[in-house]
Design a protein around this ligand. Sequence first.
Ligand code: AMP
Length: 212
Amino acid sequence: MLTIALSKGRIFDETLPLLAAAGIVPSEDPESSRKLIIGTNQPDVRLIIVRASDVPTYVQHGAADLGIAGRDVLIEHGGAGLYQPLDLEIAKCRMMVAVRKGFDYEAAVRQGARLRIASKYPGIARDHFAKKGVHVDIIKLYGSMELAPLVGLADAIVDLVSTGNTLKANDLVAVEPIVDISSRLVVNMAALKLKHDIIRPLLDTFASSVAV
Ligand code: AMP
């Protein structure tokens, strides 16, 4: 049995064509089904539906053989025990620093102000500001980060930006890029050895689908 960990939404949707190229078709749509284990047309391949930030944990511990996770999630997790053979170039976006329109971020940095930064990615945020030599207090949030600067919880946020529409709708502006993000295939190290005959061809198919 091969178990693949995926998160619902953009990653799942953009993974479907890759799975199809490998002849794998899920038997249910996780958006309409409440099932967390989804079978496929191949009796020995199943999908598990987990939170995006939990994908590396399932794969690291071998509860899933493979998974697909954003680079944001992988950097924050640390990647221990994971083989990351392939950038799938899906779910692309950018990790950015954003502030309320009118907040002079450059001046605040220049003046050495201590900034309050709200983020779902405390590790990435801490690392970014440490490299810049900016003193920060990190406020960990689990969602709706855009709200934090609007209600005085934070001076800036560190979040993913795709179209920029969410920032715009909340009167925020991106002021600094941190890292370009896309989703990667992650493989459990032990599974790669033990299930090499199934996993290797799958990796090759994914790699040639990405290259197209
Ligand atoms: P947008 O309005 O298109 O810039 O999207 C921004 C919102 O979608 C933010 O709340 C982000 O956290 C989220 N987001 C954008 N791209 C991704 C992605 N690739 N993976 C997960 N969340 C994303």
